[in-house]
Design a protein around this ligand. Structure first.
Ligand code: ATP
Ligand code: MG
Length: 253
């Protein structure tokens, strides 16, 4: 097997949790979290970091961002890219530098407004990926948004989700890129004896079987002003929880 490549998250503890260097190519990583936990920030950071030059330890690649919620903010990406460049060039003569325009031009954003568009795009992505062999990371933010409310035909929903999961796994392997899908959380009520004893917990959206769609699953949370990321499913890595931060510069330790 050839050496696997990674895209760093810009948070050392996060990268280490994922095996050392970030989100792995060839794999599907799911990042779940309630609103405001940082899914979109992590997605934008990964789009920037996929482009870090080989001479600076990166993949010098491109990124795809499938935006189903309208949350991709160009101004924020610029801020993250500027901070990333500054950190990479600190204390070096910056002959190897890239411009912000170059960074933006290598992020291919697809805005999706319905589940039909989402399924159609993923079905057609083979051609795009063949034409853009430098794509190193494929973000879907979020996978569940158009599949949650008002979905009458649950059988159809399951078939569409399974089909997408299959495509995503194959993209990761065939095109040697890191697929990162963001997922929302949903409340699950466990019935106790008498309604006073009902308890509810937050679980990743789309149900238990969807848990098989990813290789690694991470759940983001927040407690006493600290952000945490927990690896809750992986075939080969130690399950653990690490703290991380989001600053004006992006994702950090
Ligand atoms: P949703 O499910 O609503 O899409 P999310 O998990 O995608 O939520 P993000 O939008 O990634 O959440 O995270 C938003 C949080 O990131 C904000 O609450 C804020 O704390 C932090 N954040 C965003 N921009 C900045 C910034 N420029 N400086 C510092 N923190 C920021
Ligand atoms: Mg978001």
């Amino acid at each position: 097997e050839r050496q696997r490549s990674f895209v760093t998250t810009s948070c050392k503890a996060f990268d280490e949790m994922l095996g050392g260097s970030g989100v792995p190519a060839g794999r599907v990583t799911e990042i779940c979290g309630a609103p405001g936990m940082g899914k979109t920030q992590i997605g934008m950071q990964l789009c920037v970091n996929a482009q870090i030059l080989s001479s600076q330890g990166g993949e010098h690649g491109e990124a795809i961002y499938i935006d189903t919620e309208g949350s991709f903010i160009v101004e924020r990406v610029v801020e993250i890219a500027e901070a990333t460049l500054e950190a990479l060039n600190a204390g070096k003569d910056s002959q190897d530098s890239q411009t912000i325009e170059q960074f933006l031009s290598r992020i291919h954003v697809f805005r999706i407004h319905s589940y039909v568009e989402q399924v159609a795009l993923i079905n057609q992505l083979d051609d795009f990926l063949t034409e853009h062999p430098k794509v190193k990371v494929l973000i879907i933010d979020s996978i569940a948004f158009h599949f949650r409310q008002n979905f009458a035909d649950m059988g159809l929903r399951t078939r569409l989700l399974n089909g997408m999961a299959q495509h995503l796994r194959r993209f990761a392997e065939e095109f040697d890129l890191a697929v990162v899908m963001m997922n929302q959380m949903t409340t699950r009520v466990t019935r106790g004896q008498g309604s006073d004893n009902d308890s509810s917990v937050l679980v990743p959206a789309l149900g238990d079987s969807w848990g098989h769609a990813c290789t690694n699953r991470i759940i983001l949370s927040w407690q006493y002003e600290v952000r945490y990321a927990a690896l809750v499913k992986s075939p080969n890595l130690q399950e653990c929880t690490i703290p991380y931060a989001i600053t004006s510069k992006g994702v950090r330790d």
